[in-house]
Design a protein around this ligand. Sequence first.
Ligand SMILES: [Zn+2]
Length: 279
Amino acid sequence: MSARRRRAPRVRGARTTIAAQALVLHSSEWSETSRVVQLLLPEAGRCTVLARGVERASSPWRGVFDLLCLVEVELEAEEGRELHALRAARLVEHFPRLRTDLERWYRALYAAELAEAATPPGHPAVELFAALREALARWCEPGVDPDAVLLAFEWRFLDAVGLTPALTACASCGRAVDPARAQTAFFHPAAGGVQCSACRSRAKLDLMPRRGARERTAWRRVPVATLFALDRARREPAPTSADELAPPNRALHRTARLLLDDFLAWQLERPSRVRPFLR
Ligand SMILES: [Zn+2]
C-alpha cells in the first residue's frame, strides 16, 4: 500500500500593506504580460515586486514601471516571502529629459545600479532614496554638468550606505593626515581609503585580488592638499542650474573620479554593467 503523497498546503505568513513613493531601479520580464520590478522605497528599502498584467494594453499601470520613474505604490508584503504583490500604482514623475540624453541616461542608470547593488532587501534607505531622487531631478535640469551630478550622488551614496572612504585620517588607526608632516598620502579601497605609513607597513594588507576589477587596483599616491580639497568638495551639495556655477575644478574632479572608480569597483560584488558606457 502506498499512500499518495500530497503537497502540504502552504502556510501563509502575516501580511502587511506598504504604501509609499518608490523609484524603479530594475525591471525584467516575468511572463508575456507581467514584470518583476526592483523598487527602492525610503522606509521599506529595496523591494522585489511582481507586477501582474502590467504589460496588458488595458492595464492602468502600463508604463508606470519604466526604469527610473518615481511612482506611488501600494504593495502587499507577506512574511517570509521576498516577492511582494502589487495592489496599486501611480506614476509621479517620469524624468523625461533623462530619456532623450544618453550622457545623463547612463549616469542615472549607473546610480540606480549602485543603489540596487548596495541595498539588502528590506533595509530602510531613507537617505539613499532622497539622494537618488534628487540626482534624477538634477539630471533633468538644463545646463548642469552630468558628471558633477553623478559625483555628488556617489559621495552621498557612500555616506548613505556607510562606506565613506577615509580621506583626511588613517582608515585604520584614525590618526589625522597632517599636511605639515607629509605632502602625499596613500589610498587603497581595501584599506577603506587613506592609510598612514605605520599602519601600511604593520598590517601588510593582503591586497591580492579576489576577482574581476580588483586585479587592477593598486595603491594610489595622492597629494594631501588634494585629499583635503576632495573632503571639502564631497560635503557640498550638487550644483544646480539655478546656482551660479563656479568653473569646475577639472583636476580635482579627475582625482575624485579615479579614487571613486577604484573604491566602488572594489565594494561592488560584480563588475558594473553600466560603468563602461560612461566614458
Ligand atoms: Zn594608521
